[in-house]
Design a binder for this molecule. Structure first.
Ligand code: 13P
Length: 274
């Protein structure tokens, strides 16, 4: 694959279709990468500068993991100026541009310094994102050169009906188009019932869901499925992460409320790196 210098400390893979900005940290290893993504949702730490200082100085010493923060879009530029921390959008619009008051396009996220973007988070799906919207957003992310983090996960009703594997597989198949063999992709498995509840699935449950995700990825992107980073998200804390670090198909974590605390994020980074 040919590569040319990117615009924000990454490299672009050139070829058919858009140029993808692959952050240096992800480019260093084309294989599955240990990763921590903090999703601040519609919140921010009391002192953003102090927070960034704390986590970037620790991230600099843990080169085996990639650390990203998905802040509200208003803070993306500040995050992107931090050494050793990648900036991620929390969502993007399904259109490239236009009269969509309050919305942010993938290209604008990239312009603000993002190299990644969450797509299909359950909180966006709950606000009306369909599988088709999710796929359109994912394609917009690629067109803007961002690495999408496709979020999938089942509800408690799915669990009770034994539909976890089929639900997450269907979301992967619906969200990922077949015809972009060189496009970067990360998948986050986030059971809806585990988000913000303090409840987490067992290692076995996470492993089974991740295996179903990877099997669905094989259908879409063939051999690259083995190299796709899969994250777990849902009530991850410095304590709960310890049980989940051992799941072989899970490469890292997507952390909500605990990511607002620098000391919690540092503890989770250390658990992933050890
Ligand atoms: P919590 O870690 O607060 O459960 O949130 C998870 C999440 O939704 C991350 O995207």
């Amino acid at each position: 694959m040919m590569a040319e210098e990117g615009v924000a400390g990454g490299s672009r893979s050139a070829g058919r279709g858009p140029a993808f900005l692959v952050p240096d940290q992800l480019e260093r290893s084309r294989l599955r990468r240990r990763m921590l993504v903090g999703n601040w949702k519609m919140n921010q730490p009391a002192d953003v500068s102090e927070y960034l200082q704390q986590i970037s100085s620790r991230a600099a010493t843990l080169s085996s993991i990639s650390v990203a923060i998905a802040p509200p879009a208003t803070l993306l530029a500040q995050i992107s100026r931090s050494r050793d921390i990648l900036a991620a959008g929390q969502d993007c619009h399904k259109s490239a541009s236009g009269p969509f008051t309050g919305a942010v396009s993938a290209a604008l996220l990239r312009h603000a310094g993002a190299s990644l973007v969450l797509i299909g988070h359950s909180e966006r799906r709950a606000e009306g994102d369909t599988d088709q919207t999710v796929r359109s957003k994912l394609e917009r992310a690629w067109a803007a050169g961002l690495t999408p983090i496709l979020c999938v996960g089942e509800t408690m009703a799915d669990v009770q009906r034994g539909l976890v594997g089929s639900r997450v597989a269907a979301q992967v198949l619906a969200g990922v188009p077949e015809d972009e063999p060189s496009a970067p992709l990360i998948v986050a498995y986030e059971p809806v019932w585990a988000i913000g509840t303090g409840r987490t699935p067992t290692q076995e449950e996470v492993g089974a869901a991740a295996a179903a995700i990877r099997q669905a990825l094989r259908k879409r992107i063939s051999i690259r499925a083995e190299q796709t980073t899969i994250l777990y998200g849902g009530s991850v804390t410095p304590t709960s992460v310890l049980a989940l670090c051992g799941v072989s198909d899970i490469d890292g974590f997507l952390v909500g409320s605990a990511s607002l605390s620098a000391s919690d994020i540092v503890s989770i980074m250390e658990a992933i790196a050890s």
